[in-house]
Design a protein around this ligand. Structure first.
Ligand code: FAD
Ligand code: NAI
Length: 458
């Protein structure tokens, strides 16, 4: 008989959620994790520490820019970087300990160490071989590097190094205007670092609704970030980044105290023994699975950043839950059409579903309902009226196809649209729903109204 019903490799949001759900469904579960703490990239060196630094520096920005406007006088705070780092670490520790508590509560065994897969149904940790009916690979991802760039995590850093710099640099070049580049770039710009973002494409945040991306770039520029777009980085030597401008092939360079490489992440599966096992792989180092997270090896599943799809904690969590349901003989399912994306800058940026560009490409007839936060009383009160909500609905049926928000609490607002989309709602359904006043969410309702007879406050 197998030692466990299920062994999960990796205790990130994919792995730990899978373990908890599987235990709740009556399976005897173990999780293999090589880090000292649970929670994976997200809790240790990703979502959580970055949001702690974004919160601290947002408060600093408020104190400097907006307190006096509200009659809050007195010297603006100065930064104790050591204390800010300690606060960040406290937030991380509280969360990773929380997962340990949940493991105990759900009687999940933590097999400490790095696991390999010597044979189907087996997981090796150190010298021990454990057996299980179901094995789930939830080993996550690692930063992707560029050819010719050596990371030392001191001068040339990934997000991991950027979260724990020994001091606040005077200048920073960020390579890549994606989510990490803009979140960490914002953190340091608010701390007084001169931040220049070098991006290969001609717009920031590739894949985002074009109108939102333009507004976002304008706002970030006002906040002090500088953008060099259409620039392919050729090499990084020490703090010097050499890039080629795509429009005319000319070479230019920038030198800074710190260079942050934020050009994407890649699945972390090296050393697991997947090739010896004959596990079928997909594009860009992903593990190939079917709709139920099964690999081509019987009893072996994969979820999260290690498989295809957006590299997001909540996507990994949903897959973890669904895979657990499948292992327990139920029908787990993830609706990839309704996975929100959020950038936690100020303002926040959030999206779900199709962009206008995608609908145009599909040749789909759609209508746009837009509402500026300038017409929202609450947003004006917190000096964040510079943004909008945009809802895209089918021209004929009014069914909501996508939503794009740049503004205060966009990352929370997006979820009412997600729920609406899960229920196949029309824009009118949102428009007819009473929204409390004064809330930011009224802007979502107004955008829905704008899909019909018109917004009231615009
Ligand atoms: P991971 O979280 O990467 O966890 C995998 C775990 O497996 C790790 O702990 C690793 O140590 C362990 N492991 C690997 N191999 C083995 C092995 N052989 N044996 C034992 N253990 C192993 N996403 C969001 O949705 N929102 C955000 O705000 C956000 N912010 C981010 C900020 C940064 C700076 C970064 C880098 C990422 C951020 N992400 C965010 C992305 C998010 O962290 C990932 O999508 C998410 O962590 C993926 O979860 P996962 O469970 O697939 O893998
Ligand atoms: P990304 O894919 O979001 O952005 C990478 C950027 O680098 C792209 O704009 C790309 O065009 C650019 N680039 C690539 N090669 C380049 C080159 N040679 N020169 C200049 N620019 C180049 O990747 P990022 O920001 O590293 O994030 C990795 C993952 O982490 C993402 O998939 C994201 O989903 C996740 N993440 C999510 C967060 C959130 O949900 N708030 C926060 C941080 C990370």
């Amino acid at each position: 008989m197998a030692d466990f019903d299920a062994i999960i490799l990796g205790a990130g949001p994919g792995g730990y959620v899978c373990a908890i759900r599987a235990a709740q469904l009556g399976l005897n579960v173990a999780v293999v994790e090589g880090r000292e703490t649970l929670g994976g990239t997200c809790l240790n060196v990703g979502c959580i520490p970055s949001k702690a630094l974004l919160n601290a520096t947002h408060q600093l920005h408020e104190a400097h820019e907006n307190f006096a406007k509200m009659g809050l006088m007195g010297p603006a705070p100065t930064v104790d970087w050591g204390q800010m780092q300690a606060y960040k670490q406290d937030v991380v520790n509280g969360n990773t300990k929380g997962i340990e508590f949940l493991f105990k509560k759900n009687k999940i065994t933590w097999l400490k160490g790095w696991g390999t897969l010597p044979a189907p149904g087996q997981v090796k940790v150190g010298d021990d071989i454990h057996t299980a009916k179901h094995i789930v690979i939830a080993t996550g991802s690692e930063p992707a590097t560029l050819p010719g760039v050596t990371i030392d995590e001191k001068t040339v850093v990934t997000s991991t190094g950027a979260l724990t710099l020994p001091s606040i640099p005077k200048s920073m070049v960020v390579i890549g205007a994606g989510v990490i580049g803009l979140e960490m770039g914002s953190v340091y710009a608010r701390l007084g670092t001169k931040v220049t973002v070098v991006e290969y494409l001609d717009a920031i945040t590739p894949g985002m609704d074009g109108e939102v991306a333009k507004t976002f770039q304008r706002i970030l520029t006002k906040q002090g970030l500088t953008f060099v777009l259409g620039a392919a980085v050729q090499k990084v030597e020490g703090g010097t980044v050499t890039y080629k401008l795509r429009k005319d092939d000319s070479l230019a360079s920038l030198t800074a105290d710190v260079v942050l490489l934020a050009t994407g992440r890649k699945p972390y599966t090296a050393g697991l023994g997947l090739d010896l096992l004959g596990v079928e792989m997909g594009p860009r180092g992903t593990i190939k699975t079917d709709d139920h997270f099964r690999t081509n090896i019987a009893g072996l599943y994969a979820i999260g950043d290690a498989i295809a799809g957006p590299m997001l904690a909540h996507k990994a969590e949903d897959e973890g839950m669904a895979a657990a349901e499948v292992m327990a003989g139920r029908s787990g399912h993830v609706n990839y059409g309704v996975i929100p994306g959020v950038i936690y800058t100020t303002p926040e940026v959030a999206n779900v579903g199709a962009t206008e560009e995608q609908l145009k490409d599909q040749g789909r007839a759609y209508k746009v309902g837009k509402f500026p936060f300038m017409g929202n009383a609450r947003a004006k009160a917190v000096f964040q009226a510079d943004g909008f909500v945009k809802i895209l609905a089918d021209a004929a049926t009014d069914r909501i196809l996508g939503a794009h928000i740049i503004g205060p609490s966009a990352g929370d607002l997006i979820h009412e649209v997600c729920v609406a989309m899960e229920f196949g709602a029309s824009a009118q359904d949102l428009a007819l729903t009473c929204h409390a006043h004064p809330t930011y969410s009224e802007a979502v309702r107004e955008a829905a109204l704008a899909c019909g007879d018109g917004a009231i406050h615009a």
